[in-house]
Design a protein around this ligand. Structure first.
Ligand code: EPZ
Length: 418
């Protein structure tokens, strides 16, 4: 079994480059099914999740060529299959995003229900309710969603919760519909804007992405395009926390500061100095970690994908911090792992009370999801002695080359085969 071994390292100093966004590339790969033409994508992160999505697209009939280390070409000239099987969907729930583009392209889709995962039940009711509003018949049997339509027709959809995935699936279903679709109370994440920009570069008419209301005017056909994915704001935030945690200074390149404002604001509250440049940030520790409170919210609120990293940082703060997780019902599993390293954290429902200490001790720990895994890597950098992290496949889903990158800025970290 592969593990990551992290030893107490000094301050991290130097330059790191952020990859393209995992949560952008996955919906954009699904959207490449919307056209018969070729799409060329740049800044593709080398992640297992990208391989899973490419594997699924191939099974649906797309031809995929790796052009170079960071670029690939997808050509979905013919859709030869409209079923997304359980074994792929269960590996990565984002595969469910092919539903909107399959329905738009071939008016039918048979997609395995994604099922829950460690951080929550992850239902898809908002996706399905929206599809039904667009003249799509939905049935479910034997764990699959069977969807088909005589033709998608635009309509008004209100999302009870600004679900990222539901917003993305509905945008893809609506872009070639007859008439106009209004998606109200939609997600506003930068990845939603990236997906809308990608589909618009194919000739779609999507307006309002990045606001609470998106309007999609259906068009007949979409053509091929060449597109560069936005940087990964969560990978960036993770390395920003590492700089403050270890008392160092990191120049983090390929960052859109506007996308990491909640993280910048909270790190400044904690006592760090942050310089925002056009496409990079410099994060400098001032040798202190103040306590502060965190409440995760849909964008532009504080991102739930940064909650584990901040729980760790605040475990070493001078004082008590309160963390309120409002997005997922079970996203505190990393707390148990931090407790094994000596942290002082009390969980009450979706609230964590974090009493800051002045040290952690290394231990054998387990990554419970990809963000928790990344937070455990950071924990190992400051814990006394050695920390061994298992279930590292979670980490590889969202952090390309995390071991190699951290080594370049002074971390004592390596892979190990048990
Ligand atoms: C996306 O997941 C991200 N994944 C997640 O990142 C991220 O944590 C999440 O958005 C929230 O920002 C990708 O983009 C691939 P949601 P998604 O639909 O789309 C409930 C990571 O670490 N909900 O916005 O699945 C749901 O249960 C991953 O990179 C419904 O109730 O998130 C959850 O409580 C983890 N019904 C909340 O909404 C639905 O039909 C947010 O889910 C859909 C969602």
């Amino acid at each position: 079994m592969e593990t990551i071994i992290v030893k107490k390292s000094g301050a991290l100093n130097g330059h790191l480059k952020v990859n393209g966004s995992k949560n952008s590339i996955l919906p954009i790969l699904a959207a490449s099914l919307l056209t018969k033409d070729k799409c060329i994508l740049h800044e593709i992160p080398k992640l297992e999740d990208v391989n899973v999505m490419c594997n699924l697209l191939s099974k649906l009939g797309a031809k995929i060529n790796r052009l170079d280390d960071n670029s690939l070409e997808i050509h979905a000239e013919n859709i030869t299959n409209y079923e997304a099987p359980y074994d792929l969907i269960s590996k990565m729930r984002a595969s469910f995003l092919v539903m909107g583009s399959l329905l738009s392209r071939v008016n039918k889709a048979r997609v395995s229900m994604p099922g829950g995962c460690a951080i929550g039940t992850r239902p898809i009711d908002l996706h399905l309710k929206g599809f039904k509003n667009l003249n799509i018949n939905i049935n479910s049997n034997r764990g699959y969603i069977q969807a088909e339509t005589e033709g998608i027709t635009g309509n008004h959809v209100y999302l009870d919760f600004p679900s990222v995935g539901a917003t993305e699936n509905l945008m893809m279903a609506a872009c070639r519909a007859k008439g106009k679709t209004v998606i109200e109370n939609c997600a506003e994440e930068p990845e939603i804007v990236d997906l809308a920009n990608f589909i618009n570069s194919m000739g779609a008419k999507i307006e309002g992405a990045g606001t609470k209301t998106i309007t999609v005017t259906g068009v007949e056909e979409l053509h091929g395009t060449e597109y560069t994915i936005i940087p990964d704001r969560i990978e960036a935030g993770t390395y920003m926390v590492a700089a403050v945690l270890t008392g160092g200074e990191l120049h983090i390149d390929n960052v859109i500061p506007a996308h990491v404002q909640p993280v910048i604001a909270k790190l400044r509250e904690v006592g760090a100095e942050i310089i925002e440049n056009d496409s990079s940030v410099v994060v400098r520790s001032k040798g202190i970690i103040n306590s502060t409170d965190i409440k995760t919210l849909p964008y532009p609120g504080f991102p739930t994908d940064m909650q584990a990293q901040f729980m760790l940082l605040l475990s070493l703060a001078n004082g008590t911090s309160i963390i309120n997780e409002t997005i997922f019902e079970n996203r505190f599993m990393h707390a148990n792992e931090f407790l094994r390293m000596g942290a002082n954290i009390k969980i009450e429902g979706n609230t964590a009370v974090v009493n800051g200490l002045n040290g952690l001790t290394g231990a054998k720990v387990r990554a419970t999801d990809l963000r928790a895994g990344a937070a455990l890597v950071l924990a190992g950098l400051v814990a006394e002695g050695e920390t061994e992290i298992s279930e590292v496949h979670h980490i590889k889903r969202g952090y390309a080359d995390i071991v190699e990158k951290l080594q370049t800025v002074g971390a004592d970290i390596s892979y190990s085969m048990q």
